[in-house]
Design a protein around this ligand. Sequence first.
Ligand SMILES: NC(=O)c1ccc[n+]([C@@H]2O[C@H](COP(=O)([O-])OP(=O)(O)OC[C@H]3O[C@@H](n4cnc5c(N)ncnc54)[C@H](OP(=O)(O)O)[C@@H]3O)[C@@H](O)[C@H]2O)c1
Length: 252
Amino acid sequence: MTTPTGEKIWITGASSGMGRELALRLAEAGNEVLVTARNREALESMAAMHSGITPVPADLSDPDCVVFLQESLKQHTQVLDRMILNAGTCEYLEIDDPDWQMMERVMSVNYFGAIRSLAAGLPLLKQHSTGARHIVAVGSQASRVVFPRAEAYGASKAALTYFMESLAVDLADQNIRVSVVQPGFVETPLTESNDFPMPFLMSVDQAAEHILKRLMARPTHIRFPWSLSSVLAIGSTLPWLWRNWVAPKLTR
Ligand SMILES: NC(=O)c1ccc[n+]([C@@H]2O[C@H](COP(=O)([O-])OP(=O)(O)OC[C@H]3O[C@@H](n4cnc5c(N)ncnc54)[C@H](OP(=O)(O)O)[C@@H]3O)[C@@H](O)[C@H]2O)c1
């Protein structure tokens, strides 16, 4: 399988990290790539680097962004082949001094932000009556087992994963496939202040490579790296062992 080419692709969370890398590589491969994030300057500098990139800045935590996004997307395209719902944020819970509002902040980007994007982009995806239409949501390996202090992040990715797996069933008869990407630890701005062990940490290049290699096949899940994935598969089948022996060792 090769990288997609000649497609109209919308990527959210494209101003940095994995989203940025995917956008640049997909534009380089001959796709028209619409990019969304709050940081307008970062998106514009990507557009200056590649004529195939078009900024569509938006704050996905704003419940009113759907109408605005629908209008902005339509200014640039009538159809989409693929949406990569990648925007995300991460905050950890300090149980001795909890910031409960943080749960809503994280859910509003990682879960509701993806649903708002879907609401804006799905009508354009449906405009294509043929072709390999594809919704890609970036979840996390973190939702496969429990991690310390990850109440907000893990729950948001678990909710997103369930939503997308359910959506896959509902869209199957329209030949729109849904994939959930579940990366392990990747070196990006999101992880740079993490102060706990990050086993099998990967570069953003490696992560983008893994995703692009699998994109054309439109599988239900894209999990990497296999090393972490295998450990978590064992952890999820032996939850007592994971919760009592492994998870406590992953704290600061
Ligand atoms: N790095 C990892 O280890 C790892 C592991 C598993 C899963 N993931 C997931 O991978 C995805 C990409 O993360 P990354 O690691 O590449 O981190 P990143 O570089 O911090 O990228 C996050 C992106 O989301 C955008 N974003 C955040 N809040 C937003 C909002 N309210 N509205 C619109 N866009 C928003 C950010 O742009 P602006 O700040 O410009 O808005 C940025 O472009 C996330 O969903 C993350 O949860 C990451």
